[in-house]
Design a protein around this ligand. Sequence first.
Ligand SMILES: Cc1cc2nc3c(=O)[nH]c(=O)nc-3n(C[C@H](O)[C@H](O)[C@H](O)COP(=O)(O)OP(=O)(O)OC[C@H]3O[C@@H](n4cnc5c(N)ncnc54)[C@H](O)[C@@H]3O)c2cc1C
Length: 1003
Amino acid sequence: MDKTQLEQRIVARGREFFQSISGEAPSIFNKGWWTGKVMDWSMKNEDFKVRLFRFVDVLPALSTTESLTRHIEEYFASDSGDLPPVMKAGLTTAGLAGKLGGKLMAKAISANIEKMGRQFIVGQDAREAVKNIQRLRKDGFAFTIDLLGEATVSEAESEARMQEHLDLMDAVAEAKDKFKPLGDGGSGLDWGGEPVVNLSVKPSAFYSQTKARDFEGSVQGLYNRLAPVYRKVVQMGGAMCIDMESLDYKDITIELFKRLRGADEFRHYPHLGIVFQAYLKCTDQDVAEMLTWARTQNLPITIRLVKGAYWDHETVRAKQMGWEVPVYTIKAESDAAFERVSRHVLENADICRLCCASHNVRTIAAVMETAQALNVPESRYEFQVLYGMAEPVRKGLRKVAGRVRLYCPYGDLIPGMAYLVRRLLENTANESFLRQSFADEADMARLLEDPAAAAERERAARPVGREAAPAPGPFENHPMIDFTLPEAREAFPQALARVRAHGLREVPLFIGGAPVYTNDVLDSYNPADTGEVLARVHQAGTAEIDRALEAAVAVRGSWRATPPAERAEYLLRAAAHMRANIHDLCAVQVLEVGKQWDQAHADLAEAVDFLEYYAREMLRLGAPRRMGRAPGEVNLYQYRPKGIAAVIAPWNFPLAISTGMVGAAIVTGNPVLYKPSGLSSLVGHGLVEAFSAAGLPAGVFNFVPGRSSVMGDYLVGHKDISLIAFTGSLEVGLRIMAKAAVPAPGQLQCKKVIAEMGGKNAIIIDDDAELDEAVQQTVYSAFGFQGQKCSACSRVIVLDAVYDRFVPRLVEACRSLRLGPAENPANVMGPVVDRAAQKSIMAYVELARKEGRVLVERMPGGQDCAAGCYVPLTVVEGITPEHRIAQEEIFGPVLAVMRAADFDQALEYANSTRFALTGAVFSRSPRHLERARAEFNVGNLYLNRGSTGALVERQPFGGFNMSGIGSKTGGPDYLLQFMDPYVVTENTMRRGFAPIEEDDDWV
Ligand SMILES: Cc1cc2nc3c(=O)[nH]c(=O)nc-3n(C[C@H](O)[C@H](O)[C@H](O)COP(=O)(O)OP(=O)(O)OC[C@H]3O[C@@H](n4cnc5c(N)ncnc54)[C@H](O)[C@@H]3O)c2cc1C
């Protein structure tokens, strides 16, 4: 059959299908019911839809009538102008805020939403589920059961999840005899060949420590818990399908499937399936590889093909991370991919059975007709739809194809809310086939159109690329590393090996464009094993500082005269060098300061961003700005460099912060003396390489590592230093300010100090917070890079109402983390930076024991901790603002848990320190978020996300009070601090004649 004939048959089949179900609508669109009315309104009003879906999301967390009423008021009553009449009437007549009528109305709304949720759920307990499944089977539908709930935050939860699946299988096994096989029922199987019991599993729930960068560990962790479940399924003669979640898990899931399918104990058993998502651009290739694998292994498999349920998530995440969007962006492209991939599977029907999971009549018709055209036996494919959706489609399908399976989620509504929100989004999306067919009644011919042709037409109609902006183009953040890519995962061990192959590195100073060796040398070692010395770093004394200053003074004039655009060029070239050597530079950080792979990469990306951003900022600020428009005079506002900068950098963001401060000083025209931390001088030396590769003139950048006790005060107090850019502790910052305030003999200008200092950052967990997210993000913010970030969370303030739900989960999550050297990608927390830090943090652990109740105190196990600078991951509760643990910056993995009576007290606690750097709030109360915006005193406030990870330009970073006295790094004001503004006014009138300027304000 040729393509045209096939196409005609697909359309004819689709028409027939539509006719057979005409006049019917899925219950979610039934306007006779509350749900249908509200859905209808939400499809016409985007703002209401957002509020409604957010409210649906928070609803299960609202455990008291007071909280329910308050949230309904916050979400809906503030502006009832655009509410659906069915809600508006109730809200306005009852009045809200504590009145009896309001409470009743709130209950009614929540009851309706619960009802809506239940519509997609086959049962909240096993009895209900089995009863409903029996009913469905009587109507002729097969089932696959899925236990609601997704990501787990701890191993205890993953273990419980496995047990729930085993229990579910026991419950189903008990009921199994009641299920009569469908179809001809041969050999006790549905339709003569398919197991009656079918389980769908979401793999991510089975191992809480799954992460893309630890591929092997993740596959193994998942396998260990999924195998017992599958064993049980096999024992009872059932089938299992592994669902596909977000892209992060895709390759891990595929490998997990292969290992289960190919395991000796399971090879004989053919009923294992996996899901592929047609919306992913890589699915053609993934499916082709899977089919080849099945053939070479001679293992029959099942593929369930879906379009994919995480489209918004994948696009938003890719955009935020700077990655190529992995999904198609034209809906018809996903539809066309589904038809293409399903054909490929049907062509291999002898080895692979196809489950077509779609509610789209065109898609279904295409699969039916293609299967017939290819003479695929009916037993080799079936159709699947979601329970509670597209009832007319499933009815029509049962009539035409017979073999229809319903995907039946089962369990509590609370873990089910993410699922419900996905279904609501799916039903109400503009692009949704169901919405277009049953709510919008789109033209049938368009709904049945060949998606390949539609996609082509849409592609052609899209505007061609925007005109390229003049170089260097708009700023874009360097992409985050994508560890789902094998090449990204492989790059790290390779780079680590390369760095080690260098052996012990001799690191000289770099002054006036030449290396300088001294007699004072400091070893730099690996904090995970202090016996591994990485570098011998030559130390500057006061004589070398003098020499470096001479070099800087010599070049000061010419560098100042270098046009801003040329100075910016050097930064861009240095950025290019860093990008080209990114993995080796990351590896040095992993070894020298103990950064985990992702943390090291984030530091490098930020370093590149600083260079790229400040280069562009200088182009903006470098152009003189005319002030006023009066004819006959020109006033030009412009900036000149301050002079010579001393940059004193910390070890915790060893390249990023150094590059930011150095890059800013250089691009604004100030030669630099750069003193890296003694703990990260090998990393710091990366700047010598980058600026040398950029061809920066000798003397503009001078690398002067040295002992603070020997040359610190001398450098800061020197008469030729005009500006000090410092990032580090409060204690050192205050000392620098004091020193800089006293003029040295011969000093010609007041010194400018830019100081970024400490933090005692808090995360507030409100009583309606999304706890999965809140736990994960708190753990990451507190213990990522061992808590050694000025932005790290060191206090988590938990509202009383949610304390007993949040804290035990936090504790279990902390107990589940893998600890050990940062070079192992499985480890989330490693050693602290040196013995001194270790000692200081241990003193705080001791203090924590005295001031509160220690909930977690974990050291890495199974290895020689004595060789590294390890401290225990510590969580302590019972802390109030008076405690030292709540006030002092620890710079280590010690997290204080504070219990607050209500949101007022939480804010009061949060603001109770002298620092004001970062803070975060997890809340789904619009009013509380608003209050946090206004009252949480920090330089960087994060709502519903963790407190670390600021990005250049997007989240300019820095605090106030005792946290700093500079304007924000990576922001539009930063460079101004490195320059002095001046104005030149010229009278352009000569003997009554004034030249006309383009922007003069003439009469
Ligand atoms: C039995 C069953 C099991 C399922 N299991 C999974 C699973 O394991 N993993 C999973 O992710 N999903 C799963 N789903 C959900 C499934 O992905 C959605 O139900 C499906 O995408 C809806 O497609 P449709 O053909 O029914 O509807 P249609 O309305 O034709 O398609 C909607 C889909 O098109 C895609 N889309 C929307 N907008 C665009 C755009 N602008 N550009 C490109 N593509 C776009 C999205 O995938 C969206 O879901 C399952 C569904 C069923 C029925």
